[in-house]
Design a protein around this ligand. Structure first.
Ligand code: UGA
Length: 435
């Protein structure tokens, strides 16, 4: 069995490396020649724990190759995964499928023998059907089946998520494709994880439904946190109190600055559009989108409030820039709102992130970038924790305070507590917890 993985972005690279780890030969193809050159030299262009080792090991074993030659990769493959980007389309929020269809045309021209064409990218319900039509039109004689096999991996723990999935969803009614997909995922069967075979439409929608539900859990607990602040309750205890009910579940109930990243913001909006177009609007998810947008826009206001009503002429340290820890991804990160709004309000922002700074420098030229947390807080009037990287969880708070002009700590991830921070001399505020 041989796989062609088209697109070496996050999903493509992780999935390709993991399939090769299971012993399948994988050829990853991408148009971006410089990216392929780097990968051929064993250099992984994204930060994902464990990925570089996995790529190096399987490339050395000859199971994982990288090429710009999409046609040959497809011609040799039994299964072609389309893992190209599906960004938000400018203007209307629908998923932009131009990369998917461009890849499909190349696949059509190169397929040989029975080929399973799989969408791994997150694509709106109905895309599989359209893809099949495009392939059929471009290659009327070809023998192929189009399958939806959405990916549920999280940045930062992508390899573990791929290797030990809660489930694998495969959408196809074609028995030959089902058989090939079953064989491909057989190593996962061995550890007794369910593989759900569904229709293509169901698989496509399941991906969006999962992300929308998780985003809804986050917005739910974020609003609950706001209420906790008003009534003197503790959102972490509320989260535990409800999360221990197995029907609710404990995960994704961490209140914070709002969700970001390359998936939840874009997928919730795309799902809302799909539902509106289908005449079956998802009012809950429309509200989730609005709640999260408002939350991010309101972050700087919270900081200003904690700084006595104005940040003009003040210096604020921002710790953590990426949308979550263990990634270098800055997409839709709450830090973008915070830093733009604070600097617009006349503050100087000193920022630090363990992995996100190369990208952050491009996006936030107005910030001063620092070497570590202690460097960032030097001379600052307040420190704001925006992303819960491990290296921020056990800072020497006395040392931190000694470098600051005034000791205000605003903890948007609840990684400290009032007692510890006050003992070090900080005026401390967090999300949804009594002071
Ligand atoms: C998300 C999903 O969790 C994956 O299952 C899915 O495969 C992926 O999107 C995708 O569609 O590709 P990811 O965006 O990598 O994964 O990150 P998450 O860990 O889900 O976090 C998303 C955002 O929610 C982050 O900004 C995080 O800080 C926030 N979050 C998460 C909270 O604010 N509270 C929580 O309790 C959990």
């Amino acid at each position: 069995m041989q796989i062609a993985m088209i697109g070496t972005g996050y999903v493509g690279l992780v999935s390709g490396a993991c399939f090769s780890e299971f012993g399948t030969t994988v050829v990853c193809a991408d148009k971006d020649a410089s990216k392929i050159e780097r990968l051929q030299a064993g250099e992984v262009p994204i930060y994902e724990p464990g990925l570089e080792d996995l790529v190096t090991k399987n490339a050395a074993a000859g199971r994982l190759r990288f090429t710009t030659d999409v046609a040959s990769a497809v011609a040799e493959a039994d299964v072609v995964f389309i893992s190209v980007g599906t960004p938000s389309r400018r203007g209307d929020g629908h998923a932009d499928l131009s990369f998917v269809f461009a890849a499909a045309r190349e696949v059509a021209a190169a397929m040989q023998g029975f080929t399973v064409v799989v969408t791994k990218s997150t694509v709106p319900v109905g895309t599989g059907r359209e893809l099949e039509a495009v392939l059929r039109e471009s290659a009327p004689q070809a023998d192929f089946a189009v399958v939806s096999n959405p990916e549920f991996l999280r940045e930062g723990s992508a390899i573990n998520d791929f290797m030990r999935p809660d489930r694998v969803v495969i959408g196809t009614s074609d028995p030959r494709a089902q058989d090939i997909m079953r064989r491909l995922y057989r190593p996962l069967y061995l550890i007794e994880k369910p593989i759900l075979f569904t229709t293509r439409e169901t698989a496509e929608l399941t991906k969006y439904a999962a992300n929308a539900f998780l985003a809804m859990k986050i917005s739910f607990i974020n609003e609950m946190a706001d209420l906790c602040e008003q009534v003197g309750a503790n959102v972490q205890d509320v989260a535990q109190g409800i999360g221990l009910d197995g029907r609710i579940g404990r995960k994704f109930l961490h209140a914070g600055p709002g969700y970001g990243g390359s998936c939840f913001p874009k997928d919730t909006i795309a799902l809302v559009k799909t539902a509106q177009d289908a005449g079956s609007p998802l009012r809950l998810i429309e509200t989730v989108v609005a709640v999260n947008d408002d939350r991010k826009k309101g972050l700087s206001g919270r900081i200003v409030g904690h700084c006595g009503g104005s940040v003009e002429g003040k210096t604020i340290a921002v710790l953590g820039l990426t949308f979550k820890p263990n990634t270098d991804d800055m997409r839709e990160a709450p830090s973008l709102n915070i830093i733009s709004d604070l600097t617009a309000a006349g503050a100087t922002v000193r920022a630090y992130d363990p992995e996100g700074m190369p990208e952050a420098r491009k996006l936030l030229p107005q910030a001063v970038f620092c070497n570590d947390a202690y460097d960032a807080v030097t001379g600052c009037d307040a420190v704001v924790i925006v992303t819960e990287w491990n290296e921020f969880r056990n800072l020497d708070l006395k040392r931190l305070k000694s470098r600051m002009a005034s000791a205000i700590m605003i903890d948007f991830r609840n990684i400290y507590d009032g007692v510890t921070a006050s003992a070090a001399g900080f005026t401390y505020s967090s999300i949804g917890r009594p002071r």
